[in-house]
Design a protein around this ligand. Sequence first.
Ligand code: UD2
Ligand code: MN
Length: 376
Amino acid sequence: MFSFQSKKIYLFMFLGIQLVVIALFSREAYKKSVTYFIHILRKDNASIPTGRNQTSTAVVANGGDVYANLSRLSKAHSQGENLTYCPKTSPLIGGRINVRIHSNFTMQEVQRKNPLVVRGGRYRPPDCEARHRTAIIIPHRDREHHLKVLLYFLHPFLQRQQLNYGFYVIHQAGNYTYNKAKLMNVGFREAMKDEDWDCLFFHDVDLIPEDNRNTYVCDANPKHVSVAIDKFGYELPYNQVFGGVTALSPLHYLKMNGFPNNYWGWGGEDDDIGDRVSLAGMSISRPSLKVGRYKMIKHKLDKGNNANTKRFNLLRKTRQTWKQDGMNTVESRVISREYHPLYTNITVDVGTKAGLPPPPPPPKAATMADQIQHHG
Ligand code: UD2
Ligand code: MN
């Protein structure tokens, strides 16, 4: 039996050891190794499927492959109408994605790799009711090779996040000067006709996300998402930047009267949109640099998208113009709406600086003589 005295000694020794351990761990170097250790533990956990609900928990990205184990999802069948909500955090979300840009694959192969995506590029989780409905709006003209790469990476990326999502490619018809912001207004209008989306992601065709923890859902404020792009050394280039990938709820979008319609050519429209956010009494939210990472597919300035020399003058006037020009004044003509397997394509005539041309005459009605001839 220990005496009371020796028990006391043991107690002090025990407390002493604890103090030493705490002191060591709180030193900077130890802090780092502790976080590293926790990180390893988490990583291990992520790749171990738990027994419960095998179909979904087993599907976690391995070695940065955004498609890793994803095919198992396609085996999960919906259990009828009454699905329960998906978990708040998807168990399928992986971490860093290994984005290697090449294009020696076909659109059909992307289609085969995404068997649960249906007509028009729509998807919903097969085994639970999605908590979020996100539309991806992509401005486009003559960038088919970029579009293919984006779809290859973004479809599985979003499936891992268990979203109900849809892809809209807004294609500017003709070869008049490009107008990205106006195309986005058209994209908003057309997407909202289809579904009560609760978030819209306005997405450059050439930006490929590199971290699956960058969830494609909206924040309380308009979100600038592409904060860390390889082209800018994975740093925010300047504080008010609002180009690349942004996420707004329909309410955010309407509150700021959408995007400007009068920026023709490259540049300025993104800063105008950033200004609109604050003019409408909101602020910009952002993911962390760790998670909001993107690779930009290398490209030159496109034909028909020369730098807009008027942009600095326009930008000085945003405060006066934002309520008169935007979603409330967008004039355009949808030429076609095509439901491709991996996206909905909307080809639109956004007109020119001079406005929208008069509509083409309707096809000539058949004359009585034609009809008689046809029936005779
Ligand atoms: C920056 C912005 C971009 C936009 C642009 C100025 C970032 C990361 N990106 O990108 O959001 O504000 O400057 O206008 O800050 N596009 C076509 N075909 C064309 C022209 C443009 O599809 O002929 C689309 C395509 O989706 C492209 C986007 O418009 O990604 C932006 O054009 P960009 O990539 O030439 O501009 P960039 O990289 O300087
Ligand atoms: Mn670009």
